[in-house]
Design a protein around this ligand. Structure first.
Ligand code: NI
Length: 156
């Protein structure tokens, strides 16, 4: 559990590091017609974090609450991610993660096993939801690296 909380608290620094020093051109580069730019990925990661932080809190607070997911492509298209402020979103991500840390300290084994369920019947424990948070960011960090490679090959 300690390792998990450590990973969870390191994601902001990794995300920041991944975009540090990139030109606006590289940040806005889309590797394909339907592929996200690094800018869009950062906004998506933060949007997902807003919803997931809510889910984590709900599972800790309520008895087997209903969890909802979101249509990520619709959010990207209809919220005009291109116009949203990347720096604000990075700071929002940082604050969301930091705001959770006091809740994660001293969790009892019983709290880790608290459950939330999705409308399709899938059930997740608090610990699993927390693991998914770290995994989500790590997956998108790998995606960011792939976009950088395509961009550099394109320009190379
Ligand atoms: Ni995602």
């Amino acid at each position: 559990m300690e390792k998990l909380i450590e990973d969870y608290s390191q994601d902001y620094a990794l995300l920041r590091e991944a975009v540090e020093g990139l030109s606006e051109e590289e940040l806005r580069f889309q590797p394909g017609p339907d592929k996200w730019s690094i800018h869009q990925i950062v906004i998506h990661v933060t949007d997902d974090e807003i919803l997931s932080t809510h889910r984590l809190r709900k599972v800790l607070a309520e008895e087997e609450p209903l969890l909802l997911s979101f249509d990520q492509e619709a959010w990207t298209d209809n919220l005009g991610y291109g116009r949203l402020d990347r720096e604000q979103h990075l700071l929002l991500f940082q604050n969301l993660r930091a705001s959770m840390l006091p809740l994660l300290e001293n969790l009892t084994p019983k709290q880790l096993e608290r459950v939330g369920k999705y409308p399709d019947g899938m059930r997740y424990t608090f610990k699993e939801l927390l693991e998914l948070r770290v995994q989500h960011v790590r997956d998108h960090l790998a995606q960011i690296e792939r976009v950088k490679q395509v961009f550099r090959k394109d320009r190379g």
